[in-house]
Write a protein that binds this ligand. Structure first.
Ligand SMILES: Cc1ncc(COP(=O)(O)O)c(C=O)c1O
Length: 321
């Protein structure tokens, strides 16, 4: 008798459903969202976690059962903790205290050694590049001492390759090749760059749009006016090494208020509870469909990056918007 048994949780990474947000956006056109919150550790970063560890093992840069280290805003660390526990690699994570404590708890629950570093610029819920630098310096000191393999998601080509090989390919298959536009927020740029490259190779007319926090639109070419924003895991205020301008058509900015509004609408209209970058992606998809830049019946594809369960309750004060 045929069986349907996953041999490990790693078999459950990716192949997420593509969901039509027809209640939130009844048309014209359609918003189609990859349900990345359904990955085993609740985020899109499970994909790159698996790909980067497998790539390091295949190249011999990481020995079987060797030590692994990474700097993370949390989602990458959760994915890596899952991969490292199944493949039996000791994992150390350094993370700014400004990221959500739920993620640190989850990584510890998955067996990782989590080191939280002080914030030098941001505040809880708002993590800046300077805060990430402190976590990076801490990781570097540990690498020097222990020789642990540095995943280095911001510079690791297997990060964007994960999305070229899986997310992009799945989107193409699930839409039957009818993708008019693709958009996503940009953290390391792995997701946006990998998917954009795949889709542009299939059809150069797919419009690829990078989503940035209002006031930190560096890909657009603007100076950073507001480094503090709610789009945790994205919008670090610098153009990342994995970002490729040749597969991007233009950018769209999203305010914190818009991200929260669409995060809440996703809950109320679609019955899905996701994080802030997911809200930002859907807010940007609505803007794009309203912009007149696409055909009326366009299909806009995006990602619901992670579950809302990873965030603490935040009291919003919109006076600065
Ligand atoms: C919630 C969330 N959204 C978006 C992103 C951005 O993804 P990428 O690093 O692939 O650009 C991240 C990355 O950590 C994230 O945690």
């Amino acid at each position: 008798m045929p069986t349907e048994i996953a041999s490990s949780v790693l078999d459950l990474v990716g192949n997420t459903p593509l969901l039509a947000l027809d209640r939130l956006w009844p048309g014209p056109g359609r918003i189609l969202a990859k349900c990345e919150f359904l990955n085993p550790c609740g985020s899109i970063k499970d994909r790159s976690s698996l790909h980067m560890v497998q790539g390091a093992l295949a190249s011999g840069k990481l020995a079987p059962h060797g030590k692994v280290i990474e700097v993370t805003s949390g989602n990458q660390g959760c994915g890596l903790a899952m991969v490292c526990s199944v493949l039996d690699h000791p994992l150390t994570i350094t993370m700014s205290k400004g990221n959500s404590p739920q993620r640190a708890e989850m990584m510890r629950g998955l067996g990782a050694n989590v080191i939280l570093t002080d914030q030098v610029e941001g505040q809880p819920g708002n993590v800046t590049l300077a805060d990430v630098q402190v976590a990076t310096d801490t990781a570097m000191a540990i690498i020097e001492k222990t020789g642990a393999y540095n995943i280095d998601q911001f510079n690791n080509p297997n990060n964007s390759q994960a999305h070229y090989d899986s997310t992009g390919k799945e989107i193409w298959r699930q839409t039957g090749g009818k993708v008019d536009a693709w958009l996503a927020t940009v953290g390391t740029a792995g997701t946006f760059a990998g998917v954009s490259r795949f889709l542009k190779e299939k059809n150069p007319d797919v419009v690829c749009v990078a989503v940035e926090p209002d006031g930190a639109q560096v890909i657009k070419g603007c100076a950073v006016e507001r480094p503090l924003h709610l789009l945790q895991g994205s919008g670090y205020g610098v153009v990342q090494p994995l970002f490729k301008f040749d597969t991007m058509d233009f950018t769209l900015g999203v305010t914190d208020k818009e991200a929260v509004e669409y995060k809440q609408l996703l809950g109320k209209k679609e019955g899905i509870y996701v994080g802030y970058t997911s809200g930002a992606n859907v807010a940007a998809a609505v803007k794009l469909l309203k912009s007149g830049k696409l055909p009326k019946d366009a299909w806009v594809v995006t990602v619901l990056n992670d579950t809302g369960l990873k965030y603490p309750e935040i009291e919003f004060n919109w006076d600065n918007e």
